[in-house]
Design a binder for this molecule. Structure first.
Ligand code: SAH
Length: 353
């Protein structure tokens, strides 16, 4: 089966031609796919052709298995089902500047950060560009006719730069003229700091906002929670960030999860500020979302405010990230894990009965 949603319009036309359908049908199919339609909804294709196409290709490789709406702030957490039975998470957040969707880029993750739920079972596979697009298309359908996703952040499960080819294909798909036409200015990619790919991305004409998960004021502490820090030093990461700013003219966002007793002291805020001097950037502070399987401590609101205050004193632009949808399994990988776990419990339960 060919996954048509990962193809550019020219490629869908070419595919149609090779399969014996007129190339212009490819243009129609492409437009339908980007509107979220599946075969039966493509009403300007002859019924016989639709049946033939169904046997050869997948139009929508993602569907919503479950959605949980927060009672506090309208945040929606999705569990997306994929064709091979795998599932990934996405989160829809309503901000005053529009609707933001957080999408996954891999099933699981192989980066091994000690605070993160997505990586507990390693990486099962990369998502395709069509599946990443599919997450947005599902969310758009969920939202209905009046509104749609305005901003996309690659901050769900997975390390986007570890799936470089499909992620950059996805970016190019977003700006196809007859597609969903989402400006790359409204897209943010978050990485744990894969330095060579950061340079590579800077050199593409794909001006997304680069977010870097720093989570530490120095390499010693970074190595305690992020295995990738053994490979690349903070100096190397910050050098790549400077290059990114130079090439794209966009400031870099640093994510900093505050972990009690590890990286949350005011002196550590000053140390961090020292590294960021002269770099066009912004720091996003995230109070650690505690994960059941991980033995790390969160921080008090006072610790967050002290850290923030210290950064501001050092003239570093910083904010505390709003926690959204706290009541619906907030942190990466938690919903998928809780669902898989519940299923496992049910399955083992039914075995026993
Ligand atoms: N692999 C990418 C993107 C995925 S996660 C990256 O590392 O940036 C998106 C963000 O959530 C990252 O900054 C990640 O470090 C952070 N994160 C993961 N688990 C968290 C937790 N339990 N509490 C707070 N932030 C967490």
């Amino acid at each position: 089966m060919t996954e048509l949603s990962r193809l550019y319009e020219s490629e869908v036309r070419e595919w149609c031609r090779q399969e014996g359908f007129p190339a212009f049908r490819g243009g129609q199919i492409f437009q339908w796919i980007h509107r979220g339609a599946d075969w039966d909804e493509m009403t300007n294709l002859p019924a016989g052709m639709r049946e033939a196409l169904k046997q050869k290709a997948v139009a929508q490789p993602v569907r919503i298995l479950q959605s949980r709406k927060s009672s506090v702030d309208d945040t929606v957490k999705f569990l997306f089902g994929l064709e091979d039975g795998n599932c990934v998470e996405g989160v829809l957040m309503h901000y005053h500047h529009g609707v933001t969707l957080c999408i996954s880029t891999q099933v699981g993750c192989r980066m091994g950060c000690t605070f993160c739920a997505s990586t507990l079972e390693g990486c099962i596979r990369n998502l395709t560009a069509g599946e990443m697009l599919g997450e947005i298309l599902c969310a758009n359908r969920f939202l209905g006719a009046d509104t749609r996703v305005h901003n996309v952040v690659l901050m769900g499960s997975g390390e986007p730069l570890d799936n470089y080819e499909e992620v950059t294909r996805f970016f190019r798909l977003l700006r196809e003229p007859d597609g969903i036409c989402l400006s790359l200015r409204n897209v943010s990619l978050s990485t744990c700091g894969l330095v060579p790919q950061m340079y590579r991305l800077a050199d593409e004409d794909l001006p997304v906002t680069l977010c870097v998960s720093l989570h530490a004021p120095n390499d010693t502490i970074r190595r305690q929670t992020m295995p990738i820090a053994q490979r690349y030093s903070m100096d190397e990461i910050l050098k790549a960030c400077r290059y990114y700013v130079e090439k794209t003219g966009r400031r870099v966002i640093f994510e900093y999860a505050l972990i009690g007793g590890v990286n949350a002291l005011p002196a550590q805020a000053r140390e961090l500020a020292g590294h960021l001097r002269g770099l066009q950037c912004h720091v996003n502070l995230i109070p650690l979302n505690t994960v059941r399987e991980r033995k790390l401590n969160g921080v008090t609101e006072r610790e967050v405010q002290n850290f923030l205050h210290e950064l501001e004193q050092c003239h570093v632009s910083a904010t505390r990230r709003r926690e959204m949808g706290d009541d619906i399994a907030g942190a990466c990988g938690q919903l998928r894990r809780s669902v898989l776990h519940d299923e496992a419990v049910q399955e083992s339960g039914s075995e026993r009965t």
